[in-house]
Design a protein around this ligand. Structure first.
Ligand code: EZ4
Ligand code: CO
Length: 402
């Protein structure tokens, strides 16, 4: 069996997606997601100009060997561009293998460990009451777990608070938008949001919150403590994690569960966090961390330390990543939760998929492979549009973490 051809498809049905299609001499093809928000064309070029020529003629069944060839063979290891490209190839090859076997991918991975994949949705509002009304709406839709983000008094923009309701999309300007951040305003406010949510909805639902890298370790420790009475499912990305040791300080001060890792590329980014039990949930997902092959390695390592998975699932991860992640989530023994931001109807039409939502869970469906395809005619209707994530500055102009 041989890889005959491979192509990269860039489409923008509301936001940009980079998709890889690998075709074989047996007529079976596989689909992988290579989207890297705000740096899409770099991954496209990495694939088209440097990697795909090395794939033609290879046996697509040798997933591990191809993974190692691309990782070790690049010489320049890791990084989001390289690892997103490797992920796209790996995902497409697992799709091909499962289609050849006539199995949904989760069967090939070892079979389902659970019936459904618990997901959390995003409730956002400009203030506490609007956010609370959004939480109510998610509860009505059947969600068991909800992430709550609110506008902060005195700040014009807050992370996670969009203009639209169900389809929040932060990368929506042709050049990076500038936002202002103030830690003090946020720190005093965040516990009030959860105080209100628990008062209104009780403790039956899981509530989550994303700090989005805005705090220092000691500030994060303080917020974690302040949030303890509200029994969060997790506090996410409390501080940047290049220095994995930072989490020790947070950990020493609070029992609020900690999640991190949506921007991590490899097991090396989370090795210390996991083996020192400094976190509770690892957020790496298929497209960002080297595909199914590498994500599985991270999850198995995490299981040794009772760290559970919580795959990133924002809209900048295409339905291909969502589909593949749901097969992974269905299998992985140490599953925690899956993020689920809904794609627009236009995006869903470009990427026909077998997965579906029911009563707070997603189900991967029974199609052979990962169950997500790309409609190339539909994709061609939406050309690439430059779009960037915002940046954040402090009130005095100092660059901060968005
Ligand atoms: O801001 O994926 O938990 N989810 C997130 C996301 C990220 C975007 C960045 O591209 O933090 O909404
Ligand atoms: Co996040």
């Amino acid at each position: 069996m041989k890889i005959d051809a491979a192509k990269v498809i860039v489409t923008s049905p509301g936001r940009n997606f980079v998709t890889l299609k690998i075709l074989t001499d047996q007529g079976v093809y596989g689909i992988g997601d290579a989207t890297l928000n705000g740096r899409e064309l770099a991954v496209m070029s990495y694939l088209q100009d440097h990697v795909l020529p090395c794939l033609i003629g290879r046996d697509p069944r040798r997933i591990e060997d191809i993974w190692q060839f691309l990782y070790r063979g690049a010489y320049w290891r890791r990084g989001p561009v390289t690892m997103s490209a490797i992920a796209a190839i790996d995902t497409a090859l697992w799709d091909i293998k499962a289609k050849m076997a006539g199995m949904p991918l989760h069967d090939l991975l070892g079979g389902k460990s659970r019936e459904g994949v618990m997901v959390y949705g995003h409730a956002n509002g400009r203030d506490i009451e609007e956010t609370a009304d959004e939480v109510a709406r998610y509860i009505d839709m059947g969600y068991k777990a909800i992430r709550a983000q609110s506008g902060v008094p005195g700040l014009t923009d807050a992370y996670g608070v969009g203009r639209g309701k169900l389809f929040y999309e932060p990368a929506d300007t042709a050049l990076p938008a500038e936002t202002i951040w103030d830690t003090r305003k946020y720190m005093n406010f965040a516990p009030k949001l959860f105080d209100r949510l628990r008062a209104r909805f009780g403790f039956d639902h899981h509530l989550l919150h994303d700090v989005h890298h805005r705090l220092t370790p000691i500030e994060a420790a303080s917020l974690g403590k302040a949030l303890e009475p509200y029994d969060l499912f997790w506090m996410e990305d409390a501080t940047p994690a290049e220095n994995q040791e930072s989490f020790r300080l947070i950990r020493q001060h609070t029992t609020t569960p900690l999640a991190v890792g949506e921007i991590f590329n490899t097991i090396w980014d989370c090795k210390d966090l996991i083996q020192n039990q400094l976190i509770d949930y690892i957020r790496t997902t298929v497209v960002r961390a080297g595909g199914i092959t590498h994500l599985r390695r991270i999850a198995d390592f995490a299981a040794l330390y009772q760290v559970r998975t919580g795959c990133h699932g924002a809209t900048d991860l295409s339905p291909v990543t969502m589909g593949a992640a749901l097969h992974f989530d269905s299998w992985v023994p140490n599953f925690g939760i899956q993020e689920y931001m809904r794609h627009t109807p236009e995006t869903d039409a470009v990427f026909p998929h077998a997965y579906y939502f029911d009563q707070g869970s997603l189900y991967p469906g029974d199609a052979a492979g990962h169950g997500v395809d790309i409609d190339e005619a539909e994709a061609a209707k939406y050309p690439y549009k430059p779009a960037y994530l915002p940046v954040a500055r402090l009130e005095d102009g100092t660059m901060w973490n968005w």
